[in-house]
Design a protein around this ligand. Sequence first.
Ligand code: FAD
Length: 612
Amino acid sequence: MKDPMGSAPQEIERAAADWLGQFEKALSTADQPKLRSLFHADSHWRDVLAFTWQIETVSGGESVAKGLGDRVARTQPSRFAIDPQRTPPRRVIRAGVETIEAIFAFQTVDGRGSGVVRLTPDSKGVLKAWTLLTALEALHGHEEHVGSYRPRGEAHARDFRGPNWLDLRKQAARYTDRDPAVLVVGGGQAGLSIAARLNQLGIDTLIVDRMPRIGDNWRKRYHALTLHNQVQVNHLPYMPFPPTWPTYIPKDKLAGWFEAYVDSLELNFWTGTEFESGRYDERDGRWTVMLRGADGARREMHPRHVVLATGVSGIPNIPDIPSLPDFGGTVLHSSQYDDGDAWKGKSAIVVGTGNSGHDIAQDLHSSGVKVTLVQRSPTLIVNVEPSAQLPYALYDEGPSLEDCDLITVATPLALGKKTHALLTEQARQMDKALLDGLERIGFRLDFGEDGTGWQFKYLTRGGGYYFNVGCSDLLVEGAIRLLQFADIDRFVKDGARLRSGKLLAADLVVLATGYKGQEHLVSKLFGAEAAERVGPIWGFGEGQELRNMFVRTPQPGLWFIAGSLAQCRIYSKYLALQIKASELGMLDDRSRPQSRQSAPSAVALATAQGPA
Ligand SMILES: Cc1cc2nc3c(=O)[nH]c(=O)nc-3n(C[C@H](O)[C@H](O)[C@H](O)COP(=O)(O)OP(=O)(O)OC[C@H]3O[C@@H](n4cnc5c(N)ncnc54)[C@H](O)[C@@H]3O)c2cc1C
């Protein structure tokens, strides 16, 4: 029987173009049965703004066809075609299934879109869609100021004394005569990405960060830190890292790049500035926010939008350990931990076996401290290389960064889970020797819900795993001691009294116990009512998308961005498009998401280390 997916590139392209042609015809004639026949029963449609102005996944052929059909009248989708500028349709394996993956372009009433369809044959050999992505790329008449849309600049100044570029930049960043349209709180990768995107859409944006210097969010981390992901996955928007850069970027190099990025992309950035509070005025459609400078001076501003790009490191999670006040030494949360040198020759107990706990234990050990790492709950361990890099194989397949990002967005939750379960099993085999060694010393391992691995631990709770850069080996060797939390009876003046009766002497206890969820920060900055209205942030809950991330929230004017460099690069684009559309009055407030769950989640998050 002839292979319905074809083998020659032209056959594959023809098959994809044929499906698209039928799809467009079914949409334009509102032919619901035909539309339904183009999708497998077990199919998924992810829409990123193009049809719904939401980020939304619909599953099941019937629901997909209905969802699309219901939106045709408003969106008027047209001009579906394989995009000749992008990676041509090809046969690939996704989530263990061979499929034709085709990138296409289309138009709606609002703008230009890109999509990805994955086709597989049904039992009769007819190619049907298994997954479909429709994503808005640009608004009609409001292209980003890049490439042929770049700013014109001035060829020359007739008045040799007029303000030059630097004078104008300094003046713009002072905000003496105006307020920004968007205030971004936090100048890490999330804040920089969204500010850069908004700039390119012509939206006046100011970033504030409490740290004294741009890049300090990386600079102030432990001395030997290099990034966990390879350089080709970590680029920021518009300005990729130079090809000369090392595969694993050292933290101070990245911190320096952040400074260069802000300068080159002309981002307005106030360092040493704390965002203290915000109150939204529904009638005026703007915020009253209070900022506090390093000198204590306060400044009130009235932006229309506030984007929280504060990471997860807002409020440390301090577990309730009743006997801890009896300990006579120093107790630090991991966020207060700086450097091991001061503890040379002493003894330390590190509580928590996520990335921070392991990294701090290793840092103390390398500074000549006698360290015991205390495990509270089962933890996923994966070697940073090669196992932790498996999810990024796409970025080595050959397509451009832009195409890899679109293909990543085209992964609905169900596919993502299946993919990561397969990768987790593969990593488990690759890391077998290490994992066996850890089990031998009593380390309790975990592989995530349904074996979906670290990626889903990151997306659901922001932690619960460790990328092994050496600490696991030190534990197996016994150079760092492992203790289960349940083996501690209580803390006493000189350390921890174990259930065996022995004393574990310590001068320092580090609580690497993560951070409270962003709901708590919202409550602190905007009040309990706003937090209740917004509901849980991050994680999936019952749905198929991260809650309140990168989309309109139930609180007008409040947006969230966070995550890995890759997530920030990818989703900043869609977040910026929504803010632009909101500024243009294109977003219908009736379609704003309603608060789904009211009570702020009490779940504490560990530091989010992992990228998308
Ligand atoms: C060892 C290690 C390796 C890693 N490797 C990678 C990697 O390879 N790739 C990757 O993508 N991720 C990696 N990560 C994860 C990465 O650190 C985080 O994902 C990243 O820092 C999150 O960026 P962010 O911009 O969301 O938040 P942050 O970096 O936490 O920045 C938030 C900023 O908000 C500021 N802020 C908070 N509250 C306020 C306020 N009220 N007012 C003013 N400012 C405020 C803070 O000062 C801070 O600068 C790694 C982490 C570690 C520890």
